[in-house]
Design a protein around this ligand. Sequence first.
Ligand SMILES: Cc1cc2nc3c(=O)[nH]c(=O)nc-3n(C[C@H](O)[C@H](O)[C@H](O)COP(=O)(O)OP(=O)(O)OC[C@H]3O[C@@H](n4cnc5c(N)ncnc54)[C@H](O)[C@@H]3O)c2cc1C
Length: 200
Amino acid sequence: MRKSAIIIGSGIGGLSTAIRLLSKGYDVKIYEKEKTIGGKTNQLVHGPFTFDLTASILLNRAIYEEVFTDANLNYRDYLEFLKVDPTYRCFYPDGVHYDFTRDLVSLIKTLESISTEDSIGYMKLLSEVYERYMIANDHFLQKTFENPIDFFKPSSIMNSFKTKAFSTSSQLISKYVKDEKLQKFLCYQSLYVGISPFEG
Ligand SMILES: Cc1cc2nc3c(=O)[nH]c(=O)nc-3n(C[C@H](O)[C@H](O)[C@H](O)COP(=O)(O)OP(=O)(O)OC[C@H]3O[C@@H](n4cnc5c(N)ncnc54)[C@H](O)[C@@H]3O)c2cc1C
């Protein structure tokens, strides 16, 4: 008899899980409370304007590729990835705009146009965030924690302290970056994971 699975929600998470289960022979049913699938990746159309509800760029391409690989499919048969450059163009009320790009040399030019102090601060911030990310990736993001007790192992608790997850992103950013516009741009990123930059 085929095993069956029920998935609540058809966002990227639910759909990816459904694809993986289907490829393993499960009979899958997805329940979605909205009229359309896709969750946060949907768009809002208002007159001539179309707004991305949340996601507008693909941040971690490898994760999406993995879904196809797990289902024995080649993502190239379904998707074409396009490089977005600049990644962001931020407009501020005083008419100034900053371009943020994945190209480090161009990014440094933008940062130096703000101030040398902030340019150096940004690099220090990047280094600290990268270090924290590597700890989180190795010890939390890539683990399934099937048994809740695993989460409370001394090693997990030690590593959670190393990620310094108990301070707010606003506190971390303002430690390194003084320009208010740059601070606001950097704070915005924490909304991606549903966290207020001002709350722990
Ligand atoms: C402001 C913002 C910007 C972002 N920008 C990016 C970006 O540029 N690039 C990027 O890669 N990521 C971005 N993200 C993150 C990305 O949008 C999310 O990580 C991802 O869409 C979450 O997918 P999910 O399936 O976990 O949840 P969701 O997309 O929230 O899906 C959950 C689904 O479950 C449904 N549901 C909930 N409760 C029930 C219920 N009781 N019964 C039935 N259905 C239910 C909901 O309607 C929804 O369809 C952004 C996030 C935010 C908030």
